[in-house]
Design a protein around this ligand. Structure first.
Ligand code: ADP
Length: 638
């Protein structure tokens, strides 16, 4: 029988596999085992109605045999098998449901992009050619007397011939490529390696995967020792073992597996030493059926090991189809780890397709609700644990509020915590519940540290009225509040830049009159500060302190500080427009006024500089000329 040619796009794919520099070659085993498992599914299903099959459920099995002498890996199953025609049509084309997308992707791809396309699509049987230069399939279909041998050395085509096969099922014999400088293909002939790959990708294939493993066996040597007792020695024997666990922990019922066992499993798999903050187990049946076992970690792995986050693994019927499915839940829940297993998901899911996959979206939405519910429960029932969780992952949630123009803000708002003192954090709901009736807005002050925020002079008046403040210390906090806009009808008020709303109309008029009256002094101060401030005014926000710093325009001192870390120099140099506010009733300001009114211009200018530097200090700014400031204060002490 002559050689048959592969269909055009299959040939191209095959070329790619053969010459592949794709790093994830090890997935070939997952693909071959998954085909074997499917073939057994089919025959097992048939056996329910057809007694002729003659196999019971426990008779089905997959075997992996390694032979270093012939450099072969053989995967055998006693599943449904294939006829000659099926070999030709199934193994000669890309026979996967995702094949049309694959073809499209391949057509559009430039050379070089192809590698990423392999990564995006499951490539099934062809994956064998990533590690093998010759693949032989010996198979016998259930109901047929005759076996079939399909053979290919790759791109030049394949042959299909009748052959000997004593039992129904399929052997896939992969002849492993020779080692090269880049890749030691021979490692795939090592028992430990293959066993590890089964564990990693196919642990939960529901049929047993057997391997012959070396075992140390104690035996009597036939000799005796000095005391006449028989001597023993050890020898290596081959022993058949099942190398996959078959029933994944998340598939087991709550009665069978305790939460503690799940936690132990989590710690082993994730290498996380700490208990997770919460375990979530979902068994959903409906339009989309799935089982999920998710963990909310107690700490961020990036904090401790600088690791990438592990995310959620996707399984379909016990076969892992994606190691990290980052499209299942939004980025703000990116810290969640675990497994989702759904028989409704197709094996060849691609990253691009995921967003459009309706089933995945349904699962994702349900899981997000459950994750949120679990976090709310934790917030109510174990505040300490929740705060520790928030310490690690609060910024993720806050970033989520700012994402996509605030699209998810209402979903996330009840999960956020803000400081109201150095040792207390509250949710916005709790803050509002605690507000006295007279209070209208929610006051906040932001600074680079909590202590700084608390000591801002502008906070005094608010606290004096018995109102609480939110102290913002996370660089994202201001943007978060901007996105949230209000809480239960109460707007947010920045105590540094906004009107606190404490003054009556009369008081406002009086303040304006005071500004006009004091205009000469205020202008003098601004001028003596040589561009450090855009304006000087009298403040109604101050009680005990002589002065404070506020800003005009969109850029606040917080943002200025934030941008100071920016990579771009122009951004680093951005400066908020500062306004120096003076407490007209304070003795220090009165001393300034007296010097100015008495014509002592130099003394007045020095007082202005001291007041401005003090205001900068209280606002948490860096002092530009500390030595100059010390000189001025030293003069005062003389
Ligand atoms: P997919 O499994 O997604 O259909 P593959 O390229 O992996 O794509 O396999 C192509 C087809 O070849 C399968 O659908 C199946 O019909 C057949 N096949 C592959 N391996 C086996 C096997 N071990 N036993 C029976 N049929 C198989």
């Amino acid at each position: 029988m002559g050689k048959k040619q592969f269909k055009a796009e299959s040939k191209r794919l095959l070329d790619l596999m053969i010459n592949s520099i794709y790093t994830n070659k090890e997935i070939f085993l997952r693909e071959i085992l998954s085909n074997a498992s499917d073939a057994i599914d089919k025959l097992c299903y048939l056996s329910l109605t057809d007694e002729g099959v003659g196999l019971k459920r426990e008779d089905f099995r997959i075997d992996i045999r390694l032979d270093k002498d012939t450099r072969t890996i053989t995967v055998s199953d006693n599943g449904i098998g294939m006829t000659a025609e099926e070999c030709e049509s199934n193994l000669g084309v890309i026979a996967r449901s995702g094949s049309s997308q694959f073809k499209e992707g391949m057509d559009k791809a430039q050379t070089g992009d192809e590698i990423s396309i392999i990564g995006q699509f499951g490539v099934g049987f062809y994956a064998a050619f990533m590690v093998a230069d010759q693949v032989t399939v010996v198979t016998r279909k259930y109901g047929e007397e005759q076996g079939v041998v399909w053979k290919s050395t790759g791109a030049d085509g394949f042959t299909v011939e009748p052959g000997e096969k004593t039992s129904v099922g399929t052997d896939v014999i992969m002849h492993v490529k020779g080692d090269s400088d880049e890749e030691i293909y021979g490692s795939y002939l090592e028992t430990w390696k293959i066993k590890a790959l089964v564990k990693k990708y196919s642990d939960y294939v529901r049929w047993p995967i057997h391997m012959e493993l070396d075992r140390q066996e104690r035996f009597e040597t036939g000799e005796t020792d000095d005391e006449g007792k028989p001597k023993f020695d050890y020898r290596t024997v081959k022993a058949d073992e099942i190398v996959n666990s078959m029933v994944p922990i998340w598939q087991r019922s709550r009665q069978d597996v305790t939460d503690e066992e799940c936690v132990a499993w989590y710690k082993e798999k994730s290498h996380d030493q700490k208990d997770p903050a919460a375990v979530l187990r979902v068994n959903a049946e409906g339009t989309v059926s799935y089982k999920a076992m998710l963990f909310i970690p107690g700490q961020d792995s990036r904090d401790t090991m600088g690791d990438e986050r592990q995310g959620i693994k996707l399984y379909s019927n016990g076969v892992m189809i994606m190691e990290k499915c980052d499209k299942l839940v939004h980025e703000y829940f990116d810290f969640v780890r675990g497994v989702v297993d759904s028989p409704d998901l197709s094996l060849n899911i691609s990253r691009e397709l995921l967003q459009h996959d309706r089933q995945l979206r349904v699962i994702g939405q349900n899981l997000e609700k459950k994750i949120k519910g679990e976090l709310e429960r934790l917030l109510r029932s174990d505040r300490e644990k929740y705060e520790a969780f928030f310490q690690s992952f609060g910024t993720d949630l806050k970033a989520g509020v700012c994402d996509e123009y605030g699209r998810y803000k209402d979903f996330l708002r009840d999960l956020l915590l803000f400081y109201t003192s150095e040792d207390k954090q509250v949710t916005l709901k709790e803050y509002v519940a605690n507000m006295p009736e007279s209070q209208k807005p929610i006051y906040y002050a932001s600074a680079d540290t909590l202590r700084h925020a608390v000591s801002l002079p502008q906070c005094e008046q608010v606290r004096a009225r018995g109102y609480e403040l939110l102290y913002l210390v996370n660089p994202l906090d201001e943007v978060v509040l901007e996105n949230l806009r209000e809480q239960d009808g109460h707007p947010f008020c920045n105590v540094v830049t906004d009107d606190l709303g404490f003054e009556t109309e009369e008081e406002k008029k009086a303040a304006a009159a005071r500004e006009i009256e004091g205009k000469a002094l205020l202008d003098f101060v601004t001028e003596s500060l040589g561009g450090a401030v855009v304006r000087t005014g009298f403040s109604s926000k101050l009680t005990n302190q002589p002065c404070c710093l506020t800003t005009e325009g969109g850029l606040t001192l917080e943002m200025e500080r934030y941008f100071r870390r920016a990579p771009n120099e122009e951004m680093r140099n951005l400066r908020a427009s500062r306004v120096l506010e003076l407490n007209a009733g304070h003795p220090a300001v009165q001393a300034l006024k007296a010097a100015f009114d008495g014509g002592e211009r130099e003394k007045a200018a020095n007082y202005a500089k001291i007041l401005d530097t003090m205001a900068e200090m209280m606002a948490g700014c860096e002092i530009e000329d500390p030595a100059g400031f010390v000189g001025l204060v030293s003069d005062l002490l003389k």
